[in-house]
Design a protein around this ligand. Sequence first.
Ligand SMILES: *Cc1c(COP(=O)(O)O)cnc(C)c1O
Length: 405
Amino acid sequence: MTTQTMGRTQQFLEEVERYSAHNYHPLPVVLVRGEGSWVWDVEGRRYLDCLSAYSALNQGHRHPRIVHAARDQLDRLTLTSRAFHNDRMGPFLRLLCETTGFEKALPMNTGAEAVETAIKMVRKWGYQVKGVPDGKAEIIVCENNFHGRTTTIVGFSSEAQYREGFGPFTPGFVLIPYGDAEALEAAITEHTVGFLVEPLQGEGGVVVPPEGFLQRAREICTHHGVAFMADEIQTGLGRTGRMFCCDWEDVRPDVLIVGKALGGGVYPVSAALADAEYMDVFRPGDHGSTFGGNPLGAAVGEASLQVILDEGLAERSAELGAWFMDRLRAIDSPHVEEVRGRGLMIGVVVKESSGTARPFCEALQERGILAKETHHQVIRFAPPLNIAREDLEWALEHIEAVLTA
Ligand SMILES: *Cc1c(COP(=O)(O)O)cnc(C)c1O
C-alpha cells in the first residue's frame, strides 16, 4: 500500500470519526462496491465477505433478481403508507405466509420493530385471549439474548453494556439461562404470556442450545398456554442449513420473527408472523409503521424470499456449512477452543489465553477476508449462502495461516 492510497482510507475514517456517533468499532476498511460474496475497498483491494452484514446478505451482494425487482419498483411506486393499499404488499405477504406456514404476517422494517410487534401482539393476546389481569403480563427471555436495541428490548438484555445508562426499563420480562428447559418451566406463572428465544444465539457468540431444548420448550409452552416466540431474524431464511433454525427440531413456533435477509441486503424488511388467534388482537390504530409494508420493501422482500427458495439456499447452507465446519475443526491451532454452529453460521472460539478474537479478525482483513468478532472471544464466519466452494477453499488457507501463526 502506498502512502497516497493509505491516505484515502484514512480520510474516510477521519470523516466518520469527526461526524459520526461512536456507537460502533468497525474494522478500518472503507468499502465502495460489492458483488456476490466479494467486496472492494476504496483502495481497490478485494475482500471475501464472511459476515454478510450479520446475515442480512444471505443472497450475496446485489443479487441481480433482487436489484432488478427494486429497480423496477423504483420506477413505479415506492411509498403509499398504510393509509392506502398498494399492489405489492399482498403478494409479498402471501408468499411469506405460504413459505412459513403461518396464517398472517405484519410487515415492519427493522428487526427490532418486528420483535416489538411480537411483544405487543403476545401481550394483548395474553390479556384478551388468555385472560391475564391487566398490566400483569410476563414474557420469559434468555440470558445472553440479542433481540435488538430499543429501550424495551435492551431492558431485558443480560449484557450490562447494552443497558447501562439507558434505564428505566419496561417491566414484565423474566430471564432464564439459555438452553435450560427446566428453568423455563419453573419460571412460568399464571401471568406468563410468551417465551421469546433465538433458536441459536448469534450476537451472543454463535451459541447452539443443547439438543432437544427447542422441542422441550415447545412442549412446555403448549402445556402451559404460553406463546412460543422464535426470533429467527438472524438464523432464519436458510442461514443455519434449514429454512428456519426451529426446523432442526421440527418445532413450529406460535410467533415467528424475521428480518435481515428478508430484505436481501437491499432494503430493510422485517415481519412478525402468527396465526389469526394471535394476529387478530390487532385492531386499526393499535400498531403501525409509516414504511412497513411499503411497495418498494414488499417488492424487495418478495424477490429476496423467492431467491432463497429458487436457489435452494437452505440446502446449500447445510451442505457447505457442514463441510466448512469440518475443515475448520481440522485446523490444528493452539488458539482455538471450539468451532461451533449450524449451516453457514459458524463461530470459532478463541482461547482466553490467546487474547481476544479482534486481532485474528484484523489479520484476516489483511489477507482479504472480512469477518467480525462477536462477544470478544468468537470469530464469526457467516458468508453469503450462495458463496462458491472455491472461495471458501481459498478462505480456509488464509484462516489456517492466521489461526496457526
Ligand atoms: C439483528 C438482530 C435483531 C435486530 O435487528 P435490527 O434490524 O438490527 O433491528 C434482532 N434479533 C436478532 C436475533 C438479530 O440477530
